[in-house]
Design a protein around this ligand. Structure first.
Ligand code: URA
Length: 193
């Protein structure tokens, strides 16, 4: 049998996104930060937008907040980043790490929806205000949203704080993120038997 190098739909999407010029962030990015991990992962993490390290390395959550996220996911769920899928709402770095604008989010969220539709995770963990608000179409803050379970297109959605907030907020915020990750793990155990 002849081996074929099948191109996945995600790779086609990544190729499209790498050439995106829908908004002004294309002029200041080093590169698009598409997403990384297991393309058939049961668990997906969604953040806000790339920071400086992500923009340079082309991979989400590789800076300080990413290191914290990796550690918490390993300790609470027992998974390495290669076993989950990680992406952001916005694929290009907003200059000086400013918050993404609503226009940038609107332009970009279709790409994330394409990623979710392809990966088909059983559980999504939304990291911070921008991720969770954009997925749920709400302007409620993350402190009010976390602690409840939601759904995005029939996929369970667990909201939690952004790890960069934990870097500033200390042990109490870390403990809350840990508790939310335990909820995600329990859901995975139930849904992926
Ligand atoms: N913060 C995010 O929301 N995403 C990243 O990829 C890095 C930092």
């Amino acid at each position: 049998m002849v081996a074929t190098n099948q191109i996945t739909t995600l790779e086609i999407l990544e190729n499209q996104v790498s050439q995106c010029t829908k908004c002004a962030l294309c002029a200041t990015r080093t590169q698009v930060v598409f997403g990384v991990g297991d393309e058939s992962a049961n668990l997906m993490f969604i953040g806000e937008a790339p920071g400086r390290q992500e923009d340079l390395q082309g991979e989400p959550f590789v800076g300080r907040s990413g290191k914290l996220l990796d550690r918490l996911v390993k300790e609470e769920i027992g998974l390495d980043r290669s076993k989950i899928y990680i992406a952001n709402i916005v694929k290009c770095r907003p200059p000086n790490n400013r918050n993404p604008s609503s226009v940038e989010i609107e332009n970009c969220i279709g790409y994330l929806k394409g990623q979710i539709a392809n990966v088909q995770p059983k559980v999504i963990v939304g990291l911070g205000n921008y991720a969770v608000q954009s997925l749920l179409g709400t302007d409620k803050g993350i402190s009010k949203l976390r602690g409840e379970l939601y759904e995005f297109e029939n996929i369970k959605l667990v909201p939690t704080f952004h790890p960069s907030y934990a870097l500033r907020g200390g042990a109490q915020v870390v403990a809350q993120i840990r508790a939310d990750l335990v909820v995600a793990k329990q859901l995975l155990n139930t849904l992926c038997q």
